[in-house]
Design a protein around this ligand. Structure first.
Ligand code: 5MM
Length: 346
C-alpha cells in the first residue's frame, strides 16, 4: 500500500459523487485576460481575485460541485475579508484542486502541434500544493485535428507527460485528473473526431500503464466525440452521446472510477444536453461514474453578467449556481431543455 492509497481512493470517489461534478476555474492569466478583455474588464490581479471569490463564494455551490480546479495565483489568494480562498472552498464543502501543467508549447518538428510542459520540479510543487490543501490536480494535453495531424509524435509525447505527471501526483497524495483534449477546432467530421479520440486514449492508457499509474486513483477528463466546430454537418445530440460512450468503452478500463468531461467550446446548453443524453441513452453501458468538469459551460453566464461590476455579483452567482444545477441534473440523466427557460425566469 502506498502512503496515500486510502486517501486517493476516497478523494477520487468524492470528486465524482452522484449528482455532483467539478468546476474548472484554473484559467491561466493569459486565458483569463482574453475572457476579461472581451467584456472590457480590467486585466488586473485584483479583478481576477474578485472574480474567483465571486465563484467560490456562490451560496450553496457545493450542492452540485464536488471540487474546484484552481490556478497557482488563486490558491495563494485570500478573500476581501482576508480568508484564504482555499479555506473558503473547504469550508463550503468543496475539494480544492490545482492545475499543475505550465501550458501547451509548440512541439518542435511538428507544425501546428503542441506539447504540454511542467514536469521539471513537479515533485516539489506537488508537495507544496498538498501542504496548501490541494487534494487533486489537473494536467491538460491538447490534440489538434487536421488532415495530417495529430502525429504519433504529438500523441506519444503528450501521453508520456500526462502519465509522468499522474504517477508523481499519486506519489504525493493528489488524485490526478488526466485531461487529453481533442480540440473542436476545424471542419472535420464526427467520424474523424472518433478516430483521433480513440487513438489518443489508446496511447494515453498505454503510457499510464507503462508509468505504473494506478487506474483506480485517477479521474479521466476527456473531450466528447463531436463534429468539428466548422463542419457543415453537425452530429445530433444522440449521435454525440453514442459515439462518445462507444469510444470510452473501447478504451477506458473499468477500474477508472470516474470520467468528468470538459466542455471544449460547446455552447452551455449543448454541453449539458450531451451529458444528459449519455446518461439517459447509454448510462447502462457506463461502468464508471460520468460527470462534468466544465469551465466555460458553467462560468460563462456568470462572467457575462458580472462584467467586472461588483453590484452584479449576487445575480452572477445565481447564474453560476443554476448552470451547476443543470449540469448536475444532466449527470443523473434528469435534465430537460425546459429547465433552461425556468432558469432564465427565476
Ligand atoms: C479553464 O481552462 C483551462 C485551460 O486554461 P489555460 O489554457 O489557460 O491553461 C482548461 O484546462 C479547462 O480546465 C478545461 O479545458 C475545461 O474547460 P472547458 O472550458 O473546455 O470546459
Amino acid at each position: 500500500m502506498g502512503t496515500y492509497d486510502r486517501e486517493l481512493i476516497a478523494t477520487a470517489r468524492a470528486m465524482v459523487a452522484p449528482g455532483k461534478g467539478l468546476l474548472a476555474m484554473d484559467e491561466s492569466n493569459g486565458t483569463c485576460a482574453k475572457r476579461f478583455e472581451k467584456l472590457g474588464i480590467p486585466v488586473t490581479i485584483e479583478r481576477r481575485r474578485t472574480y474567483r471569490e465571486l465563484i467560490i463564494g456562490t451560496p450553496n455551490l457545493a450542492d452540485y460541485i464536488s471540487g474546484a480546479i484552481l490556478y497557482d495565483e488563486t490558491i495563494r489568494q485570500s478573500s476581501q475579508a482576508g480568508v484564504p480562498l482555499v479555506k473558503m472552498l473547504e469550508a463550503a464543502g468543496m475539494i480544492p484542486g490545482i492545475k499543475l501543467d505550465l501550458g501547451a508549447k509548440d512541439l518542435p518538428g511538428c507544425p501546428g502541434e503542441k506539447v504540454t510542459e511542467g514536469l521539471d520540479g513537479l515533485r516539489e510543487r506537488i508537495a507544496e500544493y498538498y501542504q496548501m490543501g490541494a487534494r487533486f490536480a489537473k494536467w491538460r494535453a491538447v490534440i489538434a485535428i487536421d488532415a495530417s495531424i495529430p502525429s504519433d509524435t504529438c500523441l506519444i509525447v503528450n501521453a508520456h507527460a500526462l502519465a509522468r505527471y499522474a504517477a508523481l501526483c499519486q506519489e504525493g497524495g493528489l488524485v490526478p485528473i488526466v485531461e487529453p483534449e481533442v480540440l473542436i477546432d476545424g471542419d472535420h467530421s464526427i467520424e474523424r473526431c472518433y478516430e483521433v479520440t480513440d487513438r489518443t486514449l489508446q496511447v494515453v492508457f498505454a503510457q499510464l500503464r507503462l508509468n505504473r499509474v494506478e487506474l483506480d486513483k485517477m479521474i479521466l477528463k476527456p473531450s466528447m466525440v463531436l463534429s468539428g466546430e466548422s463542419c457543415s454537418e453537425q452530429a445530433s445530440v444522440d449521435l454525440v452521446a453514442q459515439m462518445t460512450v462507444r469510444c470510452l468503452r473501447d478504451n477506458v478500463p473499468t477500474s477508472v472510477p470516474g470520467i468528468a468531461f470538459l466542455s471544449g467550446g460547446q455552447s452551455n446548453e449543448r454541453a449539458t444536453a450531451h451529458l444528459n443524453a449519455i446518461h439517459t441513452q447509454y448510462g447502462s453501458e457506463c461502468p464508471w461514474a460520468v460527470t462534468f468538469s466544465y469551465a466555460r459551460a458553467i462560468q460563462q453566464p456568470a462572467l457575462d453578467h458580472w462584467h467586472g461590476d461588483d453590484a452584479n455579483i449576487p445575480e452572477a452567482q445565481r447564474r453560476l449556481y443554476q448552470r451547476a444545477k443543470l449540469n448536475a441534473a444532466a449527470s443523473m440523466g434528469q435534465y430537460m431543455p425546459e429547465m433552461e427557460r425556468e432558469m432564465s425566469m427565476v
